[in-house]
Ligand binder design. Structure first.
Ligand code: BG6
Length: 495
């Protein structure tokens, strides 16, 4: 793989995402030799900065958040020569001429035509105006070289997502549009496809005949922090389920792609979403649980409830937890429940997929030997632990016949010595290489919105009377336990 001369123009260049994720990712790509000889990073924002002052700002971000630790002086000096700043008013089309001038400048200097990647790390309100102004300034015409990266959230609901897709489609080809879902860049998430499609062992079992149910749980100890403003209008369903968790579900449930071609993979994923059983009003009542955290204690510290967070309505109806039972109406998955759960201020930060297999047809062991009997499970731990474990029954050594579950473990830490790259490194590299496999296609985003709209609407229409209904440092509201217990299962957690 080789990267061509590239100019990144980062809207939201002074923002949090750039400091925490994008700049450190670009720097690490540089350290690992992935960036081309000719590259430039132009940050842009409303605040005035000289190039030098901006470089200093990025350095702070990198020093605080880079996985490789504090920047090495010599490496940083080389890297920072590629970093520039352009003050801008993104609503003013004049601003965009400046970008045009800069791009031309680099092209002349490098004696080539560079790829240009516009990265929209700004509030979604600005997506349309930036895209339109780029077009007006004729900065989008080279369909081969120009790419646009759109951060989440992509739309606020189905209609706004469609509208945004339409606007973008008027300006760009789909193959120029990179809709980010950073979960897809995570090392362990990419490995789901490798695990499923590079091993012959699991595919024969990977269906309704052998799998009993699937759980996808993404819990966080963090609260909403200083993002109340955004989160109030979002909630867990929009913030996590519509994108990250449904994408994980697609990776678990998709059919085998014919090749690793980006459209081939994305077709298989969108087929899963299209096969998912739509929610009726009854389903929302029976199969979807919402929660909101109350104040409480986390690791010895008192933490505010969601309604006490800054920029949050003291009577907020926004959910910070959601648990939903989905079905996929196709031959592979008919009748097999997929339980999704996500929440903030939970007892543990862990993203874990659990595949529970059906029980043996008949237990031949005396009942006293199988008190702790447990069905086989495959547990894919995405973070913070990076592992895949297969839980099987074994005979405990001893003169008694006693069975217990043991783990066959593939643990990244024990297996590999190299550090896994951050999701944003993978995704930024892919935008340079023009590989869209790990990005959301327009129809994928719309299908995911379509699926959750009935739940969103029902929850919006009817205020929850029980909020707040779970305490910080818990596993969420009791109803979430009931949702799965009713079917005879329980939420799995790693020790
Ligand atoms: C973001 C959400 O997309 O994902 C956040 O907006 C959430 O609310 C975050 O905290 C979780 O990402 P990660 O990579 O920390 O699991």
């Amino acid at each position: 793989t080789h990267t061509e001369p590239t100019i990144f123009i980062i809207f939201g260049g002074t923002g949090d995402l750039n400091m925490r994720k994008l700049a450190p990712a670009l720097y690490n790509l540089y350290l690992d030799g992935w960036l081309p000889e000719n590259f430039a990073i132009i940050g842009t924002g409303r605040t005035k900065f000289t190039d030098e002052a901006y470089q200093e700002k990025l350095l702070e971000g990198i020093n605080s958040f880079s996985r490789s630790g504090k920047a090495d002086k010599k490496k940083w000096d080389e890297f920072s020569k590629h970093v520039a700043y352009q003050v801008s008013d993104i609503k003013d089309s004049e601003t965009y001429k400046e970008f045009g001038g800069k791009i031309e400048g680099y092209n002349k200097e490098w004696k080539t035509k560079a790829n240009v990647i516009y990265y929209l790390a700004v509030s979604p309100n600005f997506f349309p105006i930036i895209a339109s102004n780029l077009a007006k300034a004729k900065l989008t015409e080279d369909t081969k070289r120009v790419r646009i990266v759109i951060e989440k959230p992509f739309g606020h609901d189905l209609d706004s997502a469609k509208e945004l897709n339409k606007l973008l489609a008027n300006i760009f080809d789909e193959r120029q549009i990179y809709r980010i879902d950073h979960y897809l860049g995570k090392e362990t998430v990419q490995n789901i496809m490798a695990f499923r499609f590079a091993n012959s062992l699991f595919e024969p079992l990977w269906n309704r005949n052998y799998i009993e149910h699937v759980q996808i749980s993404v819990t966080e100890q963090l609260g909403v922090e200083d993002r109340g403003d955004y989160y109030e209008g979002s909630g867990a369903l929009r913030d996590m389920i519509q994108n990250h968790l449904l994408q994980l579900l697609c990776l678990v449930a998709m059919e085998t792609p014919i090749s690793f071609d980006s459209d081939e993979v994305r077709n298989r994923k969108v087929e899963v979403l299209r096969a998912m059983r739509p929610f009726s009003a009854d389903d929302v009542r029976n199969s979807a649980v919402r929660g909101q955290y109350a104040k409480g204690w986390m690791e010895g510290k008192e933490v505010p409830g969601y309604r006490e967070e800054s920029n949050v309505d003291p009577e907020s109806n926004t959910e910070t937890f959601a648990a939903i039972k989905f079905f996929i109406d196709n031959w592979r998955w008919q009748g097999i429940p997929f339980y999704l759960r996500t929440g903030k201020r939970m007892h543990q930060s862990a993203s874990v997929i659990t595949i529970q297999f059906k029980d043996v047809p008949h237990r031949v062991f005396p009942s006293e030997s199988s008190e702790s009997w447990q069905q086989n499970r495959l547990i894919i731990s995405i973070q913070p632990e990076m592992s895949i474990r297969l839980q099987v029954q074994a005979k405990r050594p001893g003169l008694d016949m006693v069975l217990n579950a043991v783990d066959m473990v593939f643990d990244y830490k024990g297996t590999y010595t190299n550090q896994a790259p951050e999701a944003y490194e993978t995704l930024l590299l892919d935008t340079m290489l023009g590989d869209q496999t790990l990005f959301m296609r327009g129809d994928q985003v719309e299908s995911a919105w379509e699926l959750i709209m009935p739940i969103l609407n029902a929850w919006q229409r009817k205020k929850s009377l029980s909020f707040p209904n779970y305490s910080a440092d818990s596993w969420g509201p009791e109803n979430a336990e009931a949702l799965i217990a009713r079917d005879g299962f329980h939420w799995f957690t790693l020790p």
